[in-house]
Design a protein. Structure first.
Ligand code: GLA
Length: 731
């Protein structure tokens, strides 16, 4: 069992892979405190009291009530509550029927079970009885009769602990939750750096590393989705941790709505990390007997640097998170018509693209925005999910059949969460969008967000989608979401539940995705949000891949995909070869290089293949072959960052090594040509020291130790934006 209760020491010991996480019960008042999170330790004699600093007598409440507040404000609580004297970040905020905000928890009971129970209505990692063990700790506020059930799962073979909390009103009066976070971890010391992912539209998930210092660093979203700006991920790394060495703690929320993560350097030079649903715009009413489930936080521990953390996230997410049957399969190489035609297409145009694409080896045509209602620009028709037969002459079925006859699959775009003011849906039901009565709601990209919290609205939209998907042989859906939530008001919710809208909204999105993937299990679902504004593990639970960014420029993608791969596996990163000059940045890069960069993702095309230069078109069959040759390795192997051109200003390199270390693929991109400047020697990683590897392109052989420690010098590239692959196989 990965989790045990050590009764003599009053400790819970959770062992996950090479990590241990220890929780202690202390004092007669049964406080639940955090003892340790780090490299795996043996069971015998853990000095838990001194590690929690409670053997210093002034700080023990039952022995000395005079200094109770000093205790509360220093104790490393597993689930700190607001209002009694812990002035750091807390997890629980309430408003009771008397208007008070304080709560205090004590340990009541526990249960240890094999496996991992699902979370009600929420995506979460899963695991069977052999792979994980779950601990349920019941805590209680005796005055309010409010129960908090803390859930911890330890994964047997991965350095992963997941956490969540269920809050139940067992009293007789209603209680409102004003804050219900998912986890708190106190780490000793303050010599840490914070790593997070920041960005903007077309510039998502750039890595930021800053010193923690003292005070609070908050990464959060109140957009109703994570947004382009932040990702629900934060890592706390020893300040001298590198890619390969040092301790790193990664936290990632399995949630696609408003999130909050805070790292606080506290007065005693310790670090407190909390994560969960953003308390801004959140209030949840618990009537007697009702409960609330907080989303899951995945906590990864690495003593092998940032790279170790990344590979653990990848191992977890490409197995017990993604439910889709496509998870372990090579995905079809698709061609999407968005950058090829934008709204300007019809059946003939799409078939011309499909004919050419199929002759080159491309396997699926995806019809993007513009096929429904009167949608010829982004100013109308969202919500009217009815085929525009003026554009698609002969109907959808005819188009799909013709594409199928070419041996290609067919995919389609939807933006189910939205409505245009100029649409039949809005004209019939203006009250169905999120808005506040009497206030002009703001438009973004000419659209409003539907109030999916209202089941009638969600059903109506889903029925339209279902009809389309049942009409023809559609095997892929791109689910888009192109604006944030504002003007939070729901006609359906009573005033006392308006604060529940953002969370109810995302629960409804999850429910719709659940219905879609249950009714159409053969459909490959790719999530998208104006590019990559909703790239989170919650989305991956329903669909195995997410469109990474609307910026398809190969050089910008080096940075965007590197940041995304900090947490998310390459197999989840939607990446396409597009036309040049690039539509977002006007940069021209070699077609070959665009292929190398897209290869480190799902791989596909987004261009008018009938119009690109002949020499580019000729390269497509080679790229298709390259995808089929390397995709198993890229999807399943261990990913290593080798060189970052944001640091060295010249080149970028990464590699993927198969689990058995018999095969590796190195990608090297020379961003700038600069003569007589700097060594291009790179040192490889993750190989077996004693194995001899053969470079399948040059035929040269070299030992793993030489490749990793002496490295290789990259030659033969001339000019900006040039790239090459090095494929190594064990001799
Ligand atoms: C978003 C997506 C694009 C495309 C357009 C269509 O911006 O990110 O890929 O689907 O919408 O309107």
């Amino acid at each position: 069992m990965g989790i045990r209760y050590l009764a003599d020491q009053r400790l819970f010991k959770l062992d996950a892979g090479d990590a241990s996480y220890i929780i202690g019960i202390v004092d007669e008042e049964q406080f639940l405190g955090h003892v340790y999170f780090g490299r795996r330790i043996s069971d015998s004699f853990i000095h838990s009291d001194s590690l929690m600093r409670i053997n210093e007598s002034p700080f023990v409440p039952s022995k000395n009530n005079r200094d109770r507040l000093s205790f509360y404000d220093t104790f490393p609580s597993e689930y700190p509550t607001h209002g009694i004297g812990d002035f750091r970040e807390t997890c629980l905020g309430i408003l009771d029927s008397g208007g008070h905000t304080a709560s205090k928890l004590e340990f009541v009971s526990y249960e240890i079970m094999k496996g991992k129970p699902p979370l009600d209505g929420l995506p979460a990692t899963f695991g069977n009885d052999e792979d994980c063990t779950t601990l349920k700790i019941v805590c209680l506020d005796r005055i309010l009769n409010l129960e908090v059930i803390l859930l911890y799962t330890a994964f047997e073979h991965l350095n992963v602990i997941t956490r969540s909390a269920v809050i139940r009103n067992s009293g007789n009066d209603p209680i409102s939750l004003t804050k219900a976070l998912s986890c708190c971890v106190d780490l000793d010391g303050n010599d840490y750096d914070i790593i997070s992912l920041h960005g903007s539209w077309a510039r998502e998930r750039h890595i930021q590393r800053i010193p923690m210092g003292l005070g609070k660093k908050v990464i959060s979203s109140n957009r109703g989705e994570p947004g382009h700006q932040y990702n629900p991920f934060v890592a706390v790394a020893e300040s001298d941790a590198t890619e390969d060495f040092g301790e790193v703690y990664g936290f990632n929320l399995v949630y696609s709505g408003n999130f909050y993560a805070c790292v606080e350097g506290t007065q005693f030079e310790a670090a407190r990390i909390v994560m969960g649903i953003n308390p801004t715009d959140f209030r949840w009413l618990l009537e007697p007997g009702q409960e609330f489930t907080a989303p899951e936080v995945v906590m990864v521990y690495s003593y092998q640097g940032i790279g170790g953390m990344t590979r653990t996230f990848h191992d977890l997410y490409r197995k017990p998170l993604i439910r889709s049957s496509y998870r372990d399969r090579k995905r079809p190489i698709l061609i999407n018509n968005w950058e090829a035609t934008y709204f300007n297409f019809d059946t003939e145009k799409l078939l011309a693209i499909a004919r050419e694409a199929s002759s080159l080896g491309i396997e699926m045509l995806v019809m993007d925005d513009g096929w429904f209602g009167r949608r010829n620009s982004d100013n109308c028709s969202l919500g009217d999910w009815v085929v525009n037969e003026e554009k698609l002459k002969g109907g959808l079925r005819h188009l799909v059949d013709e594409v199928n006859k070419l041996g290609m699959g067919f995919g389609i775009w939807f933006e189910p969460e939205m409505v245009s003011p100029d649409s039949d849906l809005y004209r019939a039901h203006p009250e169905w969008c999120i808005h506040i009565e009497g206030r002009t709601a703001g438009l973004a990209r000419n659209q409003y967000v539907l109030d999916l919290a209202n089941p009638e609205v969600a059903d109506a939209v889903y029925d339209m989608m279902k009809k389309i998907l049942s009409e023809a042989n559609i095997t892929y859906v791109k689910w888009d979401m192109n604006r944030p939530l504002t003007d939070l008001g729901s006609n359906w919710l009573p005033p006392e539940r308006q604060g529940e809208l953002s969370h109810r909204y995302i629960l409804a999105v999850y429910k719709m995705m659940d219905r879609l993937t249950t009714d159409f299990p053969h459909i490959l679902l790719e999530n998208c949000s104006g590019g990559g504004a909703r790239f989170d593990p919650g989305m991956l639970y329903y669909g195995p891949q997410i469109w990474c960014s609307d910026n398809t420029d190969a050089i910008d993608r080096l940075i965007i995909q590197r940041g995304t791969a900090m947490v998310y596996p390459l197999s989840t990163i939607g990446a396409h070869v597009s036309d040049c000059p690039n539509h977002t940045v006007n940069r021209t890069t070699p077609f070959e290089t665009r292929g190398y960069v897209a290869l480190a993702g799902t791989f596909g095309y987004e261009l008018d293949v009938t119009k690109i230069p002949e020499e580019d078109r000729k390269m497509i069959p080679e790229q298709v072959k390259m995808y089929h040759k390397y995709n198993d390795l890229i999807r399943e192997g261990d990913y290593y960052r080798i060189a970052d051109f944001s640091d060295n200003h010249l080149y970028d390199a990464w590699m993927v090594v198969s689990k058995d270390k018999k095969e590796a693929l190195v990608t090297y991109i020379q961003v700038y040509q600069r003569p007589n400047h700097r060594s291009r020697r790179i040192r490889l990683k993750g190989l077996d020291e004693n194995t001899v590897y053969r470079d399948s392109l040059t035929g040269e052989s070299c030992s793993g130790s030489a490749l990793m420690y002496a490295g290789i010098n990259i030659t033969g590239l001339y000019g900006d934006f040039r790239g090459k692959l090095i494929h190594l196989t064990a001799v």
